[in-house]
Ligand binder design. Sequence first.
Ligand SMILES: [Zn+2]
Length: 250
Amino acid sequence: MNLDGFDNFFPNQVKAIFTDATTDFVLPPQALGLSAEQKKFLRHEYQIDADKIFTIRQVHGNKILTISAGDIPQQEGLIPQADGVVTNVPGVVLSVRTADCLPVFLYDPQKESIGLVHAGWQSSAQKIVKQAIAALKQNYGSCAVDLRVAFGPAIGVCCYEVGAEFATTFPGEVLVMGNKRYLDLPLVNKNQLLSLGVQPANIFDNASCTVCGKGFFSYRRDKEQSGRHLSMMMMETGIRGGKLDARRWG
Ligand SMILES: [Zn+2]
C-alpha cells in the first residue's frame, strides 16, 4: 500500500513493500508456504515471483537468519523459525508478517545489503534490531552509522494500552495517562537504533497506527479474526557494478 514518505525513503533499486488489508498473509501452523491466492496477489499487485520470497516462521524471539543465493527458491515446507532476515543478494525477497507488531526495514547503501525484522514487544525487549545490525555487520561489514531504517505500520502509542509491568521492561517508552499506561513500540526500536549509532536523520517512521488507522489488519482490534500484513524487502538485480549504481542513494 502507499504510505506517505515510505516509498521514497529508500532508493529506486531497493523495494520496501507493506501489503494492505485486501489480502490476508497469515501463515497457518501447518502451512508449507504461501497459498495460491497469496502468490497470485503478489504477482498481480507487485510483480513479485513467489519463488524469490523467503518465508520465516515467527516466534517472537530475536534470531536473525542470513539468506544466501542458494536459499532461493525455498523448499516448500522448510520454513525456519526466526524473527528477522538479512541478505546482500539482489533479487531475494525478504518477508515478515505482522498485524500490530512493528516491521523494521534496514538498508546499507555502502555494503548493498538489507534486513527485515518482525519487532513485537517481546522481540523488542530482546533487542532484535541490535541482532539484525550485528548480522549485517558480521556478514557484510555494515556500520550502523550508514544504515537507513524505516518502520512500517504498527500499533501506535495511541492504542497500545499495557500493564504496569511494561514500565520495568521499557522504562523510557511507556506513556502514563491517568491510571492507564501505553507502550510506544516504534520509540522502543528507535531508541535502540540510536543507541547503536544509527543517525536520527536515517530513521523513518511512517507513524500509521494499525488499530485506529484505516485499511489495516489489527490483532488487538480484531482478535483471532485478524489477518496479517506481508512486509517485503528486496534489492533489484543488477545493482552491483551496473548502471543502477549511478542512481544509488548517496
Ligand atoms: Zn491508534
